[in-house]
Design a protein around this ligand. Structure first.
Ligand SMILES: C[S@@+](CC[C@H](N)C(=O)[O-])C[C@H]1O[C@@H](n2cnc3c(N)ncnc32)[C@H](O)[C@@H]1O
Length: 467
């Protein structure tokens, strides 16, 4: 069959046959691509290589994107890994949405896409802005949703039951023993929910960040019981709580370790396999530097960052990044690179000599409170609009969604207005932002986000006053 028409995009060609079927071809010969594709692996020294364990060559994804979409189309990859699909889509003028459940994947993708934006900017080409959104909180809300045809009292009971189940799930993922007896049973011992490795475990409120009052309560309850070691698990901690709250606890003889409950607790398979890692909490210090000449301007300097990785958490993070083939180890909260010479002599080099060595990326939003985070929630037939939420049994599932309404989540969207990060080729990090000039005098809230070398992020808010 002879092709009758062709469409050319760069080196790629679409050939249309007489019967209307399409063949995809590449290169000057316009030879149609066959069923078996031979595409070379990424060269070990190529700038494209990001050391993400399952990274695919751009050349492969390019072929998929080109053959399956047109310029301006939307391309999605819900298992994006190092972000190859997004990078290729952006380079080829497609819109894109990507997701991944791994923090390291999201972080690698973010840096990669900023790199693509920079390349496009240098080439004076248009590029798109993008946002990184965290779905964790919505999952939590969906999990605790007890809508449906219940009275107020029934609803309260159902909610209490759900919260209890939720705590059990968290305890199981944390491999703690609940005070009801068996592992992962969340019967409360007055205040604490369980214990692990000789430490008490308490889970913070599910829908609120853990704040100073809660930490004070933990300290008081520990002292009542004569306990000196406690882990506080939470989805969020109030900003600025650490390190002061830890010092206060230490001053009262209590070793308090705050840990983040990761979004992976919603992944039943990960919980069953015992693969859920609760990360340690870090803190950031950033200082505004005002400009003498320009009263409306400020620069933000990153002045401290601290994270103390406990042995297990660091090892799990290293393993997740390198699939276990790592030569990096963690000892006493510090990271070491281990080299073995031909003669079998093992040499350990400390990788984290200075606090800046923990920082992989930091970004600043100079006016954080300016963009509220709005979500669209389904509105049902007067019964709470819960029909589209996952995990619901009939009769709720039979409800029809009539519309969606916009709701403010109580949070704000972080806009990367300035950032500095390390890449494989360039390990330097700038510690002071470029000068930012506000339109008018006033008080603003600057948000500073730091992502550590394991892809975990921490944010702090810095008030500034200009004019
Ligand atoms: C084979 S890798 C993708 C590699 C990617 N094509 C690249 O070039 O880097 C698969 C990815 O899917 C992610 N993943 C696995 N289960 C997932 C889930 N349920 N939801 C979202 N991402 C998931 C993993 O974290 C991993 O990064």
């Amino acid at each position: 069959m002879q092709p009758v028409t062709k469409k050319v995009e760069g080196e790629r060609v679409w050939l249309k046959n007489e019967d209307g079927s399409l063949m995809y071809a590449e290169g000057a010969t316009e030879r149609p691509v066959g069923d078996v594709w031979t595409i070379p692996i990424i060269n070990p020294v190529a700038s494209e290589r990001l050391d993400y364990p399952t990274q695919k060559p751009e050349r492969l994804i390019e072929r998929v994107v080109l053959s399956g979409s047109n310029e301006g189309d939307l391309v999605a990859d819900f298992f994006c890994g190092s972000g190859t699909t997004a990078a290729v889509a952006e380079k080829l003028g497609r819109k894109w949405i990507v997701s991944d459940l791994g923090k390291f994947a999201v972080h690698t993708t973010r840096k990669r896409l900023i790199g693509v934006q920079r390349e496009k900017k240098a080439a004076e080409e248009d590029f798109r802005a993008f946002e990184v959104l965290n779905l964790g909180r919505y999952e939590r809300q969906a999990y605790l949703n007890v809508g449906g045809r219940l009275t107020g009292k029934q609803k309260a009971q159902a909610l209490a039951q759900k919260e209890n189940e939720f705590r059990e799930l968290i305890l199981r993922a944390y491999k703690a023993t609940g005070f009801g007896g068996s592992e992962g049973t969340a019967t409360q011992d007055g205040f604490f929910h369980g214990a692990r490795n000789g430490r008490l475990v308490v889970i913070g409120p599910i829908n609120l960040p853990v704040g100073r009052l809660f930490v004070e309560e933990v300290i008081t309850e520990c002292r009542k019981r004569g306990a000196s070691r406690v882990d506080v698990l939470a989805f969020e901690f109030e900003m600025g709580l650490f390190p002061a709250a830890l010092e206060e606890a230490r001053g009262k003889g209590i070793d308090l370790t705050p840990k983040y409950i990761p979004a992976e607790v919603f992944d039943k398979r990960a919980v069953d396999k015992g693969q859920v890692v609760f990360h340690d909490v870090s803190f950031v210090e950033a200082t505004p530097r005002y400009e003498k000449k320009n009263k409306l301007a400020v620069r933000i300097e990153l002045t401290d960052f601290s994270v103390y990785y406990t042995q297990g958490a660091a090892e799990a993070a290293i393993a997740a990044m390198k699939e276990g083939k790592s030569e990096v180890m963690c000892e006493q909260g510090q990271l070491y690179k281990v080299n073995k010479s031909k003669e079998g002599i093992v040499k350990k080099d400390r990788l984290t000599k200075h606090w800046t060595d923990w920082v992989d990326y930091w970004a600043v939003d100079f006016d954080y409170m300016s963009r509220k985070e709005i979500i669209k929630v389904p509105v049902g037939t007067g019964l709470g609009g819960v029909a589209s939420l996952p995990g619901l049994e009939p009769p709720q599932a039979e409800l029809t969604i009539l519309d969606f309404e916009e709701r403010w989540t109580g949070g704000y969207i972080f806009e990367n207005e300035w950032q500095s990060f390390r890449t494989r080729q360039n390990r330097d990090l700038e510690l002071k932002t470029a000068e930012h000039t506000y339109d008018r005098p006033g008080r603003y809230t600057v948000a500073v986000k730091v992502i550590d070398i394991f892809g975990n992020d921490t944010m702090t808010l810095v008030p500034v006053n200009v004019g």
